[in-house]
Design a protein around this ligand. Structure first.
Ligand SMILES: *Cc1c(COP(=O)(O)O)cnc(C)c1O
Length: 521
């Protein structure tokens, strides 16, 4: 307190600070654990140890250990307050294009927590986990049925891991045929994991241009195959693609790649747009990962967990990774060794069978939907994306109006032209309105991309509010209310961050401010 008894804040009051505490109503300002921790308290209340001398000698610590000490309620509140800073699909629409952030019904969580499914160990004898093995087998059977493929490898743990699995199967198949093909075709619009996977396996990535309408043209693929004759191991194609368009030439592309001796790897992350409507197996796909954490709900984001089973064509099936769950009459067992399975498996992707918890959630979701419900989920996902597109197309710029949107609607920044407002500014202003922004600046093939994927789990009322909010923002752009964008977000605990600097010069270690350090010593 100063001389007049007026309290002062711990931190210097910055110009933007509008409250004494720095809190914004019930959004509590949250410093780092090290900043709120002290040396003089402890979360535990134990007597000082009765030490008999010290055997560390010169190694004995002379400075404070410098860990943040807090009482139990302080520690608890810190983490609960941090958790409340997360935006989540359970709080509102999460319109990230390509990420398929759909609601995960609580039923799935309840089933995943059944002790017979959650309290088991992968090293238990198969006889004691028949139900779990049956669930993996049944889920795999459904995935084969939905995709029209020959077999499935359940163990990959995410989409990108599935890509690695599928491409390793392709590499193994080529090696078995005595071929060394070193190149992989990847369209410009691909998800970054596609070229990364190919490169990680030692392939050279050959880019195929987008044809001007957001699709990949069979002629461009044929030209690339001709230019790199005999060298192309595979094409990695996403369908529907990352512009939200079903590739019209997909069958011709598959045929051309097969004729040239290559394989068709399909990035199946967008299966939620075609599930129950079109089977990738009918389109000539050889290998495809399925993001269970996208198409079949199950939680994701923040780094996991996910599950990326890979469906394979008959030609690639012998090379699938182990273990595989097999059925023998009424009993299920694990194929653990290549010798039990034709001897051509390329090995293992993980120690065990995959993400059991995700399998349970996906299977619960499938059973509760049924075949007709899954088909309707795709239809509703596509309907919702087109509803958003129709609600915004007169005021925002639809990137590829010639094609109907599938599960996501792609806009670009042409409608912001000459306003001085960028895609990033526009997205930040959405945060002030309580929305998580859409995916921005991806796919790279359009300038200032805004990719919106509502998924089927949003109601019409939710979509209407989203559309009305974006329309209001567009009119604010037109009215020249620039500060609503360039100053955004205005109502968050942290404002506009220097993201470029944060990415280029990441500060990964916190150092205690000088005055405190002096006081501690
Ligand atoms: C999400 C996604 C991936 C990667 O999946 P992860 O589970 O995040 O590894 C790959 N391709 C596309 C098109 C995706 O949307």
């Amino acid at each position: 307190m100063n001389q007049q008894g007026r309290p002062t804040t711990a931190e210097p009051v910055d110009a933007r600070r509008e409250t004494f505490t720095g809190n914004r109503a019930l959004q509590i300002e949250e410093p780092l654990l090290f900043e709120i921790g002290r040396h003089d308290v402890s979360g535990v209340d134990v007597d000082a140890p009765q030490t008999k001398g010290n055997r560390l000698g010169a190694r004995r610590r002379t400075t404070p250990i410098d860990l943040p000490a807090l009482s139990e309620p302080e520690a608890m509140r810190h983490y609960v307050r941090l958790s409340q800073k997360n935006y989540a699909i359970d709080m509102g629409i999460f319109p990230l294009g390509s990420c398929t952030m759909k609601y995960n019904p609580r039923l799935n969580e309840a089933v995943a927590r059944l002790p017979g499914l959650s309290d088991i160990h992968p090293l238990q004898p198969p006889a004691s986990v028949q139900g779990a093995l049956e669930l993996i087998h049944e889920l795999g059977r459904w995935l084969i049925e939905i995709t029209g493929m020959h077999s499935v490898a359940m163990s990959p743990k995410a989409g990108a891991h599935g890509e690695l699995c599928g491409m390793m199967a392709i590499k193994a198949a080529l090696a078995a045929a005595g071929e060394t093909r070193t190149k992989v075709l990847v369209p410009e619009s691909a998800h970054g994991t596609n070229p990364a996977t190919a490169a990680a396996l030692g392939f050279t990535v050959v880019h195929v241009a987008e044809s001007g309408d957001g699709t990949v043209a069979a002629d461009d693929v044929r030209a690339a195959l001709a230019e790199h004759e005999g060298e192309v191991a595979a094409i990695m194609l996403t369908n529907p693609n990352t512009c939200g368009i079903f590739e019209p030439d997909v069958v011709a592309i598959a045929d051309a790649v097969h004729e040239a001796g290559g394989y068709f790897y399909c990035d199946g992350a967008n299966l939620n747009a075609i599930m129950g409507k079109a089977k990738p197996g009918d389109l000539g796909v050889d290998a495809m990962h399925i993001n269970l954490h996208k198409t079949f709900s199950t939680p994701h984001g923040g780094g996991g967990p996910g599950a990326g089973p890979v469906v394979l064509s008959e030609r690639l099936a012998p090379f699938a990774p182990l273990p595989l769950v097999a059925r023998d009459g009424d009993l299920y067992h694990l194929i653990e060794h290549a010798s039990e399975n034709g001897g051509q498996s390329f090995g293992r992707m993980t120690a065990f069978h995959g993400q059991m918890g995700m399998f349970v959630r996906a299977y619960a979701w499938m059973l509760s939907h049924g075949a007709d419900g899954m088909k309707q989920a795709s239809e509703d996902a596509v309907l919702n994306a087109n509803y958003i597109r129709a609600g915004l197309e007169d005021v925002m710029s639809v990137s590829y109006p010639a094609h109907r949107a599938m599960h996501e609607a792609l806009f670009d920044d042409r409608f912001l032209k000459e306003s001085g407002i960028s895609t990033l500014d526009f997205a930040k202003a959405m945060i002030d309105e309580g929305f998580h922004p859409m995916t921005v600046y991806f796919p790279l093939v359009v300038h200032g991309a805004m990719l919106i994927e509502p998924t089927e789990s949003e109601s019409r009322a939710s979509l209407d509010l989203f559309v009305a909010t974006l329309r209001d923002l567009v009119f604010a752009v037109k009215d020249g209310k620039t500060e609503r964008f360039t100053e955004a977000p205005r109502f968050t605990p942290r404002r506009r961050l220097d993201e470029t600097r944060a990415a280029r010069q990441p500060v990964l270690k916190w150092t205690r401010p000088e005055p405190y350090r002096d006081a501690a010593e």
